[in-house]
Design a protein around this ligand. Sequence first.
Ligand code: GZL
Length: 319
Amino acid sequence: MRRLLLIALVCVSLAACAPPENLAADGSKIVVGFSQVGAESGWRTANTVSIHDAALDAGIKLRFSDAQGKQANQITAIRSFIKQRVDVIAFSPVVETGWDEVLTEARQAGIPVILTDRAIRTTSKDLYTTFIGSDFVKEGTLVGEWLVDYYASRPGTVRVVELRGTTGSAPATDRAAGFRAAIKGEPRFQIVASRTGDFTRPKGEAVMRAILKTDRDIDVVFAHNDDMGLGAAKALEAAGLQPGRDVRIVSIDAVRDGMKALAEGRFTFIAECSPLLGPQLMDLVNKIANGQPVPPRIVTQETTFTQEQAKAALPDRKY
Ligand code: GZL
């Protein structure tokens, strides 16, 4: 009898340790198919970890695909999720256009779609249930506004090099637009070069090295993400220019390496773009799988950092 009681107690305690089961309406385990852009940056890596951890915590089965930066691979993955009859499809679209056909197939299969991180451009209605991600225009505007304020007491022309993200992606398009809106009324600000570094550190460095070959009269590097900013810092240092003293680097993301560069003074300002979308995404997956209503747009809450703020925030950063 004592043995049976002990076994029963162990079973109960094990059940108590299992993650809370988010089950579909028919009582089955929820299955979500997720197509990720790739692993191009520190932001993307942190985003992937957040999604995996949140699925585990929520007891939701995650089928995960890394597209290695190729839209064709994302389309293939979405078609595979449709074939597998997953409960929900979620993905971060590497670029804004070219999704109508495959998302129409998902709709016709009755599988709801969540956009995470990045948006799409489409004239079709009802291709996705909701979009959770940052306001990229605002991020670009915050960087531009900070620079205008920073140079208000510093006379002369401000020559800006812009390192853009992946061509055709929502963050690259919108951050560029937001930045230009912020400096529009400031003729002192001149964007002397604007080239894509595809959100990666090596390409950010290569593009900056090429620019420095013909133009060293640069005041600011506006990098659409920390990784390209870090690549640019390396190129500047190789050219004998000191980031933070000779050239100011301003960026977006606030991943750990970017925040360290800011705390050290190699960066001058960062607008945050949180990759920690996992928990909110799994909550949306659970609600949608159970036929509950969700808002059509969820904007992630973010802030900005100066050097002093980065020093204070670094110890507690999750990514
Ligand atoms: C933004 C995200 C961008 C990051 C980059 O939400 O899509 O892609 O800013 C990442 O670091 O590569």
